[in-house]
Design a protein. Structure first.
Ligand SMILES: NC(=O)c1ccc[n+]([C@@H]2O[C@H](COP(=O)([O-])OP(=O)(O)OC[C@H]3O[C@@H](n4cnc5c(N)ncnc54)[C@H](OP(=O)(O)O)[C@@H]3O)[C@@H](O)[C@H]2O)c1
Length: 246
């Protein structure tokens, strides 16, 4: 049962062998692939049953990551509620250190690691240092934080597993850079039309280059269909290449 036992310890195995956290992307979307309306309203796309399932996911991850766009739109606490379990550490991508003390991830007392650019304004950083927030400064490439470097640094801080909860810009970056291990998509029975897309530009123009999965499954959770699948590694097991089917 080698496969099954590896599966049970997938997060720990990855972290102990690579130093990088196991990365799980979780998306809640409408039938037409939207994660929010055009005004940024996403509460709630899914029903209570699906949201409960998300709380069960959160409690087994060391950390949960979101981008600044989601902090500004939703002001989430990312805690575990409705089920028993510990709260994960919050990881926030905020390259210009714009998130102030008004947001829950900064002021509710739980641990947060705010990832920001090496050139972030010292004033913003200093202001947050007096809260429960730890600052992690990484390089920036093309106005975006270097996620590979961030994952290495999180691994050093014993964050062995990471649940990425959005929004669309963040999902797109993780998918584009192949920095994920597993994906869960809750598909809810509603259509939003023009709105925030779950995944943006990936630079894929030919279908064989599209992202495909291994060990994929669909199951019903409340009123949603939950798709889950793992990233297929390239033949030589190397990360960092877009997977191509032959
Ligand atoms: N249904 C769902 O599953 C779900 C989940 C979460 C959010 N949402 C919705 O999604 C919307 C927010 O999504 P969004 O796309 O606007 O924002 P987002 O993905 O939450 O955050 C994107 C921001 O993160 C920062 N960032 C820094 N480095 C980055 C990198 N390497 N890759 C990506 N982002 C990086 C950038 O802002 P800085 O310049 O500040 O660094 C960027 O603009 C909201 O309406 C929210 O309600 C829906």
């Amino acid at each position: 049962m080698e496969k099954e036992s590896k599966e049970l310890n997938a997060g720990y195995n990855k972290w102990i062998s690579t130093g990088l956290p196991y990365v799980h992307l979780k998306i809640a979307q409408s039938l037409d692939g939207r994660i929010a309306t055009k005004t940024g309203n996403s509460k709630w796309i899914t029903d209570k049953t699906a949201r409960m399932e998300v709380h069960r996911m959160r409690r087994i991850y060391d950390a949960v990551l979101i981008g600044s766009g989601t902090v500004f739109a939703d002001d989430p606490s990312l805690s575990v509620r409705s089920v028993a379990g510990r709260d994960p550490v919050r990881i926030i991508l905020d390259s210009r250190c714009r998130i102030g003390r008004d947001y829950k991830v900064v002021n509710d007392g739980n641990r947060t690691i705010l990832v920001t650019g090496k050139n972030s304004k010292p004033a913003g950083v200093r202001d947050l240092l007096t809260t429960n927030v730890e600052i992690l400064q990484v390089e920036e490439t093309g106005n975006r934080l270097d996620l590979k470097q961030m994952l290495r640094e999180l691994g050093k801080r014993e964050i062995g597993s990471l649940l990425v909860e959005g929004g669309g810009t963040v999902f797109t970056s993780f998918l584009k850079l192949n920095l994920w291990d597993t994906l869960s998509v809750f598909i809810a029975p509603l259509i939003i039309g023009k709105g925030k897309e779950a995944v943006g530009e990936l630079g894929i123009s030919s279908l064989p280059d599209s992202i495909r999965f291994v060990d994929s499954s669909f199951r019903q959770v409340g009123n949603q269909i939950l798709f889950e699948g793992k990233r297929k590694k390239s033949k030589d097991g190397e990360d960092g290449n877009v997977y191509r089917i032959n």
